[in-house]
Design a protein around this ligand. Sequence first.
Ligand SMILES: *Cc1c(COP(=O)(O)O)cnc(C)c1O
Length: 343
Amino acid sequence: MTALTAATVSAVVKSDAYGLGLEAVASGLAAAGCQSFFVADLSEAEKLRRILPRAAIYVLAPGYAADPTPYHKRSLVPVCNSPEDAICAALSVERAPYAVNLETGFHRFGLTFDDVRRLAQTETHVPALALSHLACAETRDAPANALQWNRFVSMCEMLRPRRRSLGASAAIWLGRRFHFDIIRAGSALYGLQMPTADPSPIRPVVRLCAPLVAVQTVSKREAVGYAATFATSRVTRIGTLALGYSHGLPFAAANRISVSIGPHEAPLIGRVAMEYVTLDLTDVPESLCRPGIAVEVVGPHFSVDDLARTAQTNPQEVLLRLGAGCRRRYVNSPVGAAGGWGR
Ligand SMILES: *Cc1c(COP(=O)(O)O)cnc(C)c1O
């Protein structure tokens, strides 16, 4: 396979590595050769620094100027999202590396053209990295991509950063001119599909299993679960799975998805409750319908993307919440023995 990019790939491990576990994910990526990481805030940065003493750690949250000490103490690179943060970093006597976020059209925060002009006129050390974030990278032909690219390039011409980074996961498939020096990849590392990647080399990486805790048979025309949203149309074998919205199973998945029991499928019936959800096991062989049996909710047959689509939400939100309170096992990682991922 030809390489997807000549740029350096930096791992975005914010929000506890999208809910998958910051330490385990980052140490696995570091063992695979990843040397730079983006985290959401200082508390994540400090956790990461403890396990990776030499990695480059970029902190995405604003607020550097308010208290630069923790950044210097742990050699963390602030991403400066405001002129205050940027000027403070540019003038710091330590001359520590800093990154700047350029406002090219996302309009969350970042330095505007005027801010960049003022920063460039401040006689000082240049940023180690200039970055910006595309709003519409998942849409190949979105005019916003070219607009943001143009603004990014002209702002960088004024600023002369050591390195440039515009793209997150989806931008990998927008063409190499979007790659610059560093790609900040989150979603794709965690197995989420990118609409721009076609054919897609991305393989799902998470599985979620839960145990069947009860099985009963009810007659025709009986209601199931809260608000009686499902009624049996036949004598029905109902299984209760110890998985609910407290574990991140979307409430909106009720009556809409199926789970796997070996080679068989069983639809969710009735509402998703806090700790449990019910299944129609009528068409699953009776020998497999025993309490204690593991049922696969997310895995090769049904990905996080599929779950998000049926629940009509975004896959990052589903991934981030999925498996809360569940026991985790990491496969092929320095931490955790081989095995699945689930309850
Ligand atoms: C979250 C985030 C990323 C990673 O985005 P993915 O689409 O998940 O790869 C990259 N850059 C910034 C600034 C982010 O906030």
